[in-house]
Design a protein around this ligand. Sequence first.
Ligand SMILES: Nc1ncnc2c1ncn2[C@@H]1O[C@H](COP(=O)(O)OP(=O)(O)O)[C@@H](O)[C@H]1O
Ligand SMILES: [Mg+2]
Length: 289
Amino acid sequence: MPDTSRPATAQYVIPPREGDDAPVRVVGLCKSFGRQKVLKGVTLSFPRGKTTVVLGPSGCGKSVMLKHLVGLIRPDKGQIIYEGERIDILSERRLGPIRRQFGFLFQQGALFDSFDVYGNIAFPLRELEGEAPYDEEARVRRVLRLVGLESAIAKMPSELSGGQQKRIALARAVVLEPKVLLYDEPTTGLDPIRSDVINELIIKLKQELGVTSIVVTHDLASAFKVADHMVMFHEGNVVLEGEPEMFRKSTDPIVSRFLRGEASEEELRAIREVTSANREAARSTGGAP
Ligand SMILES: Nc1ncnc2c1ncn2[C@@H]1O[C@H](COP(=O)(O)OP(=O)(O)O)[C@@H](O)[C@H]1O
Ligand SMILES: [Mg+2]
């Protein structure tokens, strides 16, 4: 359920840095759930027509940030700016037309099981334009061709593989011709070959539709394949933002450890302590080490 409890207040929009033409900006975003501070003042821009990859360990607030961009979560503090307008303070009614400019590929369970592929993709068209828009079938077929699955038009979701379901969900996300496309962990749970099909589609949709894309992931192969711009989150803050090359060259221990897939000393020590305590316990009860 979207949170509508926050009233519209200050209309002041923090201006972008000079030369920043990003359609979507996040400024000073803070969000807590109960006593857990998830985002602690995140500021970043998503460059126009490019793909920005947001990296970071599980649970660091990537999905929470993404949901703020479409008003599914409202900030405690900070601003979400779309084309120069603050959208974090808009009412649900005024947010509607803005939300339609965003396509969202959710992390899980995207398709309606009881509708076939055609019905799934036509759904947002009918929601927006009433019963069966005159060019409905043409529009459904066009986006199915984009994801290379026109032949699946009459199939049920249960007849498709996980990778194909993702592609159908992606076709549905672009059927209203969004300006911004959000992907939450698009390759998680897919094998490397199916993941690569999704990577190719992210690149293709950017090129053919000219969309600004935002990809949240912890899949590094995917990240470096699709990214024009990268951001890394750590403990609720942005630790690095820039071109992928900056990440490859970074000597920041947090960034380089994440890219090498290495645990920190602190994490390793905690595991070793548990292991040696177990060995100790096994020895004292006469069990195997
Ligand atoms: N609606 C919510 N209510 C309470 N806690 C939440 C909610 N959404 C996310 N969280 C918590 O916020 C943290 C960040 O979550 P999330 O953004 O989903 O992480 P990730 O980076 O893996 O996408 C997690 O600890 C999660 O449990
Ligand atoms: Mg997530």
